[in-house]
Every structure is written in structure tokens, then in C-alpha cells.
Design a protein around this ligand. Sequence first.
Ligand SMILES: CC(C)(COP(=O)(O)OP(=O)(O)OC[C@H]1O[C@@H](n2cnc3c(N)ncnc32)[C@H](O)[C@@H]1OP(=O)(O)O)[C@@H](O)C(=O)NCCC(=O)NCCS
Length: 220
Amino acid sequence: MTAGPLRTLYVFGAGGHGREVAWIARAVHPSVRIVHLVDDERYAGEPVNGAPVAHVSRVVSGDDAAFVTAVGDADLRRAAAATLIAAGLTPLALVHPSAEVTPTARIGAGAVIFPGAFLSDAVRVGAHAVVNVGGSLSHDVVVGDFATLSPGVRVAGNVSIGEGVFLGIGASVVNGRVGAPLTIGPGAVVGAGATVIADIAPGTVVGGVPARPLHRDDTR
Ligand SMILES: CC(C)(COP(=O)(O)OP(=O)(O)OC[C@H]1O[C@@H](n2cnc3c(N)ncnc32)[C@H](O)[C@@H]1OP(=O)(O)O)[C@@H](O)C(=O)NCCC(=O)NCCS
């Protein structure tokens, strides 16, 4: 944690998701100075909603500075978090005031919980994970580090979502059982609107109702 009041928050990402995360940060820390970070010099320079945009190499660490990642891609988020932690910055979790978080829920460093989300009893959200607008996580749901839950994702009780999993907008996941959670393996992608009714193997791309592996053209 930072020692004094948070003065500067570095937001890695300056696109749409980055602007949304900056807005949440201002809702939680009204006087914080936002600096967006990018890993490509071409995108540095032009302010975003009044906040400067700097190359990630320009980061200045300090007790009053923290960071949050705000890009959709889990690998990019993972790399950025490693770089910024190595630079001496502290990851900051952000929970929008309109999100409902039960006292037994736990939220990892650098995770972002969007407006209207609900984290029920004994939910665990991993580091640098994202629960987007209106996400609903029932009891005993575990969300791995760097996972992304898009707007409107609904997860029933006793479900384990692996590291770096992506759940598309409006996806639903039925419940697992006590001691035998329904498991979505690390790196899996669940398409928009899918309904997951059984375990998903790591790295698999699934979609539809019920969710099944999608036939994809990986040559593009
Ligand atoms: C699942 C997803 C990642 C697949 O993307 P892709 O690999 O580019 O797949 P393609 O568009 O090439 O589609 C491959 C096949 O899967 C089907 N498909 C794609 N997405 C699907 C979905 N969500 N549900 C059901 N079928 C889907 C396509 O119709 C296509 O089928 P066909 O070969 O019979 O025509 C993507 O379609 C998706 O749903 N992304 C989620 C986006 C999202 O929610 N964003 C939120 C941002 S906040």
C-alpha cells in the first residue's frame, strides 16, 4: 500500500477501457492525478480527457504513486504489471462506489470492479482482474489473476475461473458444486452471450448456448 494519500495514479492504457478506468479512479479518489501510460511512443503526447499520456519508460515511482492496468489483453496487462512493479510502483485495486461487495469477498491488487457489479459471499477476485459493468459473481466464485469479465457476465456459485480467462459480454456460467467447482481453465475464451454448463479446458475458445468449442480460422 502507499504510505501517504494517493497523489498520482498511472493508468496503463489510454484507449476506451483506459478512459473508463480513469473515470472509476476519479470516482474513488477525487483529487488523484491521472497519468495514462502507453508502450508505444506514437500514442504518447496527446492528453486523454485532460490527463497526460506518457510512455511507460517515463514512470516516476514514489510512496504517493500507484498503478492500475487498463487494457483488454491479458498478456499485455501481465507484462505491464511486471514492468511497473519492477519500477517500484504499487498496484491499486479500484472498486466503483456503486459496486456491491460482501464483507467476505476479497479483491486482489490492481483489480478493477466496475459500476453495478455484485461480489457475493466468499468471492475471490485475483490480481489485475476486471469485473466489468453489472458483473454478478455468486458465492464461492474464484476469479484468477488477469481474468476479464466483460459487461453483464453472470457467474453462479462454486465456479473457478482460471488465470487470464476472457468472458465475453453477457456470458453466463452455471453453478458448480461444493468441493467440485465448475472450472474454466487458464487462458480460455468464452464468447459473447455464451452459456457455460460444463468445465472448459485451458486455452479453449468456446461460444453458444450451451458453450462448445468454436471452429476458428487461425490463419488470419
Ligand atoms: C468468441 C470470439 C472471441 C471469437 O472470435 P473469433 O476467433 O474472431 O471468431 P470468428 O469471428 O472467426 O468466428 C468463428 C466462428 O465462431 C462463431 N462465433 C463467434 N463468436 C461467437 C459467439 N460469441 N457465440 C457463438 N458463436 C460465435 C462465428 O459465427 C463463426 O462461426 P462459423 O465459422 O460457423 O461462421 C468472439 O466472437 C467474441 O464473442 N468475442 C467477445 C467480444 C466481447 O464480448 N467483447 C466485450 C468487450 S468489453
